[in-house]
Design a binder for this molecule. Structure first.
Ligand code: WT7
Length: 635
């Protein structure tokens, strides 16, 4: 019997050891006992990080949608698979049962087939967070088409680049989308993008906002009438374990976005197994991840991981601030959410608002609360712990990446004791290590270095679409026989990991390595501070000095800014030491952020370097207007 659900720390260590000593035996048991296969594998694992080539469950045949839908029907066909919570709280939520999901996925799959889509074809999905989005991923998987979801907040240029890179023939979109008070003309963006995409001959359009849009004759079709006519039966395409399931783009530090390719069997096994353990999902629970399906978090932990476990997964169309800052907590209360998974940027934004938005809702259903996407700063961790988890629901700070497919380092709730800002221990099967800049492995504890992974896990991305060389260079060339994550981390005396931020954000001041995250943590502890970002800038004596961009909670902060500067540096001195004090502190009204909420430090770095002639690609910024302001007010 495999240990599918880990119950205590002792069991964690036991299973972990087994997964390292006998990885093939371990992953074979998990795959055998918890999934359905048309044919078993000949070989569990074959790998070579030098080529690089990684193959899991070679020879196996399966369809992931049978694992996510069909196999649950006999016992739980009427169980809710997806709860759809609309942007407008006055609109009724939808509950889609597993039976209904099967029918809708099959109909969608048949429509795609009818439009000529076959196994291996790429399908671009540019849809808002409506049920059709989740259903369309599964419809592609049903027929073996490769989905390439583009977050429906990306611009026309970003969309056309991605469509062309993976040579999609078809685009799935909607007339528009709701985002709080605003509506967004998605179809207009698609029309604009397709001017540069000669390969696309079909666009299927879901109706969401009932707007009057242009429909290009022969190319554009309303989706619903086609679905209504389609059969609810669609035999699953039988796929090889290593057939691509999807492409998902992620930005690199330079160049075009990278189309990370995830394959079928390993991705399924790893996302399902991590979902089960990370969220301690029990039958009947309602699980909610607030991410958009346009990101890996949504692929793995709204769609595939939860559905492979027969869970009820909530998808939310709206934003945390609409109709007011209590919306998340209202939804938790309304649907009695048991597991809640969000990002530090959302937590910080909500923590800035009045606590009454939280207090008026009953959050007693919560059992596990999660964080993902960036290091969670200490202040946000405590706010989340005290006000949302009420000190009883453990926070799982889950470290992973688009490239890793699933959660890699995280506490297991009710198993791993948590420490604020620590992602804690590697998940089962994961072998992290820290390397120094000279390429030496840092053994033992209380060390800080570059985070690498020594051994393959089932859901590692297998290549970059159309550019295997770049895959090798980006992830496997920094250190021989290691997957390089691009992150820095420290390992404390007990073996716990703390992610310190991207290594490209590490700043060396007077010969000392300083991670940006701990310094920002210290700054954010100041009661007047909402958010901050630090970058390095050249300094005659120290080599680099620190430049801090600080957003205050109240723009009209009455105290003299110079006093505030002193107090902020005092905080840093207290938390890290005088070495980490900032040379310059610029107060600003906002930080440039990508649409996924990450601060774009590249731009801040350029401003600090007084080099603003070429800021590079800012097309993925959520708030480009803030950049001009920061430049004007720069010190
Ligand atoms: C990068 C990956 C994984 C889904 C969302 C982001 C940072 C992610 C954490 C965390 C510290 C984190 C890393 C990583 N990151 N989670 N819990 N603590 N840093 O996916 O866009 O591919 O970004 O996000 O720097 O490398 P992504």
């Amino acid at each position: 019997m495999s240990n599918y659900s880990i119950k205590n720390l002792e069991e964690y260590y036991k299973v972990y050891r087994k997964s390292i000593r006998e990885p093939e035996v371990f992953w074979e048991e998990i795959a055998e006992e918890h999934f359905s296969w048309h044919q078993k594998w000949d070989k569990v694992l074959e790998w070579d990080f030098d080529k690089p080539e990684i193959k899991w469950y070679q020879g196996a045949k399966l369809n992931i949608t049978e694992n996510c839908i069909d196999r649950h029907l006999r016992m739980s066909g009427d169980k809710t698979a997806i709860i759809f919570e609309p942007n407008d709280p006055a609109e009724k939520a939808q509950h889609i049962s597993y039976n209904e999901l099967r029918k809708r996925v099959n109909q969608f799959a048949n429509v795609l087939k009818d439009k000529g889509i076959k196994k291996g074809d790429r399908v671009c999905i540019y849809l808002p967070m409506i049920p059709e989005l989740a259903i369309s991923l599964l419809a592609c998987a049903r027929i073996g088409a490769i989905h390439s979801v583009v977050f429906a907040g990306f611009s026309a240029t970003a969309l056309s680049t991605r469509i062309n890179d993976s040579d999609c023939k078809i685009v799935l979109t909607s007339d528009g989308s709701y985002r709080g008070k605003k509506t967004i003309d998605l179809k207009g963006i698609v029309d604009e993008a397709l001017k540069d995409c000669p390969g696309v001959n079909t666009v299927l359009v879901a109706k969401r906002i009932q707007s009057d849009i242009h429909m290009e004759p022969n190319r554009d079709h309303w989706l619903q009438p086609l679905l209504d006519k389609a059969s609810t039966v669609c035999a699953p395409e039988i796929m090889d374990a290593e057939d691509p399931l999807f492409i998902l783009y992620t930005s690199g530090s330079t160049g075009n976005p990278k189309g990370m390719v995830h394959t079928t069997a390993g991705y399924m096994v790893y996302t399902a197994y991590t979902f089960k353990n990370m969220f301690k999902y029990a039958d009947g629970d309602v699980y909610w991840c607030t991410a958009d399906i346009g990101w890996i978090t949504g692929h793995s932990y709204i769609v595939y991981g939860p559905l492979a476990n027969g869970a009820t997964t909530l998808m939310f169309e709206g934003v945390p601030s609409y109709p007011d800052y209590g919306r998340f907590w209202e939804v938790v209360e309304k649907h009695k959410v048991n597991q809640f998974y969000t990002a530090p940027t959302a937590i910080r934004a909500l923590a800035k608002e009045n606590l009454s938005y939280v207090e008026k809702h009953d959050l007693s259903s919560l059992k596990v609360i999660g964080s993902v996407g960036e290091p969670i700063n200490e202040e946000a961790w405590h706010w989340y712990n005290d006000n949302i988890g009420k000190g009883k629901s453990p926070i799982i700070d889950t470290w992973w990446q688009t490239e890793t497919g699933g959660i890699m380092i995280s506490p297991i709730p009710y198993v791993t004791p948590t420490i604020p800002t620590y992602a804690t221990l590697p998940f089962i099967g994961i072998q992290p290590t820290l390397m120094d800049e000279a390429g030496k492995e840092l053994k033992g504890n209380q060390v800080e270095g570059r985070l690498c992974i020594k051994f393959p896990w089932p859901s590692i991305a297998r290549t970059i679409w159309g550019n295997h060389q770049r895959y090798k260079e980006t992830y496997f060339s920094a250190y021989a026989n290691m997957y390089f994550t691009g992150d820095g981390a420290m390992r404390d005396a007990t073996g716990y990991y703390r992610i310190t931020g991207r290594v490209d954000d590490v700043i060396i001041v007077s010969g000392h390595n300083l991670g940006t995250a701990p310094i920002e943590d210290a700054i954010n502890e100041h009661p007047a501070v909402a958010e901050s970002a630090i970058v390095g800038f050249p300094h005659d004596i120290k080599g680099n000095a620190l430049y801090g961009y600080v957003v205050l909670k109240e723009a009209g902060e009455t105290r003299l800014h110079d006093n505030l500067r002193k107090e902020i540096n005092q905080k840093i001195t207290e938390r890290i030491g005088p070495i980490a004090k900032l040379n310059k502190i610029q107060f600003t009204s906002g930080l440039p952020k990508t649409r996924s909420g990450k601060i774009m430090r590249r731009i801040l770095r350029k401003i600090a370097h007084k080099d603003t002639s070429n800021l590079g690609d800012t097309s993925t910024l959520l708030n480009p207007e803030v950049v001009e302001k920061i430049i004007k007010e720069a010190l």
